[in-house]
Design a protein. Structure first.
Length: 453
């Protein structure tokens, strides 16, 4: 709920870190000063770079640390740019060339020349980082591209009852259907949610004949159905499940259950223990719906129509660590905000609004909770309605539903890449019927965040 997730990789390590790895440094500093007459010591296989301690003079500043770290790199071809992508070889050669030149200036003992040399390193380093971005700010694709898993609902096989389908995509332009959850007679399945590795799916089911909606599970690795949660046997309806990254927590919306404050309420379930977890201060006597979780289960975003809000419906954000709501003054408007989706770390929150100034009737917006501002999504919205966005765990991709006329059916699912600011082809994803309720995960993505249980 809160939280671009393009992780940055600093392009240099300190000399101490490099020496700990063992092996020769990429560019070594000379052993003696150029002003003395002693012959230079031959290069050895051990790094001779020493990191000055906090008591050294100001000339050994942070800039000197930068170029000393560069001198001690074992493998200059392994340098990476701001988004973790390799710097072009030409940029790496420039960097090492500047490092070699800076050794000469360092040996003179001149503070002025030392600063000039350090500045040269920083300038070339900045050029390298810019080169990694490519022309016009475009970031090149990483060497190893992770595959996306898209779970969604569709009427393609049964016009009266939706099924849940699984689609696998290479995150570049190729994809294919990878199966579906077996349909039961006169049962509609919708609103799928996936664990971070795309291995487990929770979804809502509605059987005809007066039965209330329930929550079920499906194991994509074993193609079987784990036992349904025990609360399905209790009174009330349960819809819109959302799993934490490791699947140990599941949020959902309930109505008519014991202890309800009124309307729809958000509930949190420990799937391992089979028990509900208290969320004090989240629910009201009004409706709380469309809940979504951050990967560690700390943050819950939801839609509410409680009194005192900014508009007809607002996005709420609840922090389990503080047991309090987080203010989202820059997000909500005097109109309607719905359909929240969180990135894995909770930094980014995608949602839908009918506020003025959009491209169509309903548009998708992205809120950066850290920067406390909206983020542009050029090329995503159209004059038609856009709805139900789903963020990939790192916040790079947005899957969403649109009613634009160029689609295959009445409602179709689209995939937007924030790095390229373009829609990505999704061959075989949509049908002539309605396709909706997308959810994104990365195939085999590991969960490294401890749950807030």
């Amino acid at each position: 709920m809160i939280g671009d997730a393009m992780m940055t990789t600093h392009p240099c390590r300190s000399g101490k870190a490099s020496a700990a790895l063992g092996g020769p440094a990429a560019c070594e500093a000379p052993a003696g000063s150029r002003s003395d007459k002693r012959p230079r010591r031959a290069r050895s296989n051990e790094s001779s770079v020493r990191i000055p301690g906090p008591g050294h003079r100001s000339s050994r500043s942070a800039l000197e640390y930068v170029w000393r770290g560069l001198l001690s790199l074992r493998d200059p071809t392994a340098l990476t740019g701001r988004s973790g992508y390799p710097i072009p070889a030409s940029a790496t050669e420039l960097l090492c060339s500047a490092a070699r030149r800076s050794r000469v200036h360092r040996s003179t003992g001149s503070r002025t020349r030392l600063r000039l040399a350090a500045k040269r390193i920083v300038i070339v380093l900045a050029a390298c980082l810019g080169a990694a971005q490519g022309p016009a700010g475009e970031v090149p694709a990483p060497a190893v591209q992770r595959r996306l898993v898209i779970a969604f609902a569709s009427y393609r096989e049964r016009p009266a009852f939706a099924n849940v389908y699984i689609y696998r995509h290479d995150a570049a332009g190729k994809g294919e259907l990878a199966g579906s959850i077996p349909a039961l007679f006169e049962r509609a399945d919708s609103h799928p949610s996936l664990t971070s590795d795309g291995g487990t799916c929770a979804y809502a089911s509605k059987q005809v004949g007066g039965f209330t909606p329930l929550v079920n599970f499906w194991n994509l690795h074993g193609s079987d159905s784990p036992p349904a949660p025990a609360f399905n046997a209790d009174a009330g309806a349960r819809i819109e499940p959302c799993l934490s990254g490791d699947g140990k927590l599941m949020a959902f919306c309930a109505r008519g259950q014991s202890g309800s404050m009124g309307g729809w309420d958000v509930q949190l379930f420990n799937t391992a223990a089979g028990t509900l977890i208290e969320v004090p201060g989240l629910n009201s006597e009004h409706d709380e719906r469309e809940v979504t979780l951050s990967r560690d289960g700390r943050l819950l975003a939801f839609v509410t129509n409680r009194t005192g809000g900014a508009g007809l419906s607002d996005i709420g954000l609840y922090d389990r660590q503080t047991a309090a709501l987080v203010r989202l003054d820059e997000l909500n408007s005097s109109h309607r905000e719905i359909n929240p989706s969180l990135s894995a770390d909770g930094r980014f929150l995608a949602f839908v609004s009918d506020r003025p100034g959009g491209a169509g009737g309903k548009d998708i917006y992205l809120y950066d909770h850290v920067a406390r501002r909206l983020v542009d999504l050029p090329g995503l919205n159209s004059v038609a309605h856009e709805q139900t966005p789903a963020l990939s765990p790192d916040g790079r991709f947005v899957a969403f539903v649109s009613e634009r006329t160029a689609g295959a059916g009445e409602r179709d699912i689209y995939l937007y890449d924030r790095q390229t600011a373009r829609l990505v082809p999704t061959p075989g994803l949509n049908s002539k019927q309605e396709d909706f309720d997308p959810y994104l995960a990365y195939e085999g993505d590991e969960v490294s965040v401890k749950n807030e249980e």
